[in-house]
Design a protein around this ligand. Structure first.
Ligand code: XMP
Ligand code: MG
Length: 181
C-alpha cells in the first residue's frame, strides 16, 4: 500500500499535534454546553476518533452518511442521506466533523438540512480545507490544514475505498490510479 504513495503531505506526528490543538480550542469553546459531535461517514472516522479524545468535556457523538448523486470525485451539489441521525438535536450544539471541504457543496447541503431541525448551533471542524475548489460559500469554524488542489488519501480519505487506514495524508503516484487494486 505505502509503495503507492508518491508524497507525504502531512505526517502522522503533524496531524496528531494539530488534533491536540483543535481539541483544546473546542474544549474551551464548548465548556458547559450540550455538545453533539457529528461525524460524516466514512472519511471523518479516524479524525473524529482522535479528536474526541482531545475534547475534555462531556459530549455525545453520532454519524451521518451522505452521498452526492453523479460522479464520485466531482460533487454535483445534490446530496442523498444514506444514514441519518438517531435522535432529535434540538437541545444540542452540533459540531460537524468532516475529513475535507472541497467544493463545499456537501457541507452546504448538510448545514441547511440540520438547521431545519433547530439545533442550538451548528459549527464545522474539518481536517483539511481545499479552498481553491470552492463552489459553495462555506467556511470551516475549525480547520486542521489548508491544502493545495491535489487529490489526497490517508487518515480516512480514500481512493476507491482504499488507503483510509494510512496514519498520514499523502498523494498517490500516478500508477496507483491504474486498476490493479
Ligand atoms: P465537497 O462537497 O466539499 O465534497 O466537494 C467533499 C467530499 O469530497 C471528497 N473529496 C476527497 N476525497 N481525497 C479524497 O479522498 C480528496 O482529495 C478529496 N477531495 C474531496 C470527500 O469524500 C469529501 O467528504
Ligand atoms: Mg471519498
Amino acid at each position: 500500500m505505502e509503495e503507492k504513495i508518491g508524497k507525504v503531505l502531512l505526517s502522522c506526528e503533524e496531524i496528531q499535534r494539530r488534533v491536540v490543538e483543535l481539541g483544546e480550542e473546542i474544549t474551551r469553546d464548548y465548556k458547559g454546553e450540550n455538545l453533539l459531535v457529528l461525524a460524516i461517514l466514512k472519511g471523518a472516522v479516524p479524525f473524529m476518533a482522535d479528536l474526541i479524545r482531545e475534547i475534555k468535556i462531556p459530549l455525545k457523538y453520532d454519524f451521518m452518511a451522505v452521498s452526492s448523486y453523479g460522479a464520485s470525485t466531482h460533487s454535483s451539489g445534490v446530496v442523498r442521506i444514506l444514514k441519518d441521525l438517531e435522535r432529535s438535536v434540538e437541545d444540542h450544539h452540533i459540531l460537524i466533523v468532516e475529513d475535507i471541504i472541497d467544493t463545499g457543496l456537501t457541507l452546504k447541503y448538510l448545514k441547511e438540512n440540520l438547521a431545519a431541525r433547530n439545533p442550538l448551533s451548528i459549527k464545522v471542524v474539518t481536517l483539511l480545507d481545499k479552498p481553491e475548489r470552492r463552489k459553495a460559500e462555506v467556511v470551516p469554524d475549525y480547520n486542521g490544514f489548508t491544502i493545495p488542489d491535489e487529490f489526497v488519501v490517508g487518515y480516512g480519505l480514500d481512493f476507491d475505498e482504499q488507503y483510509r487506514n494510512l496514519p498520514y495524508v499523502g498523494v498517490l503516484k500516478p500508477e496507483a490510479y491504474s486498476s490493479e487494486g
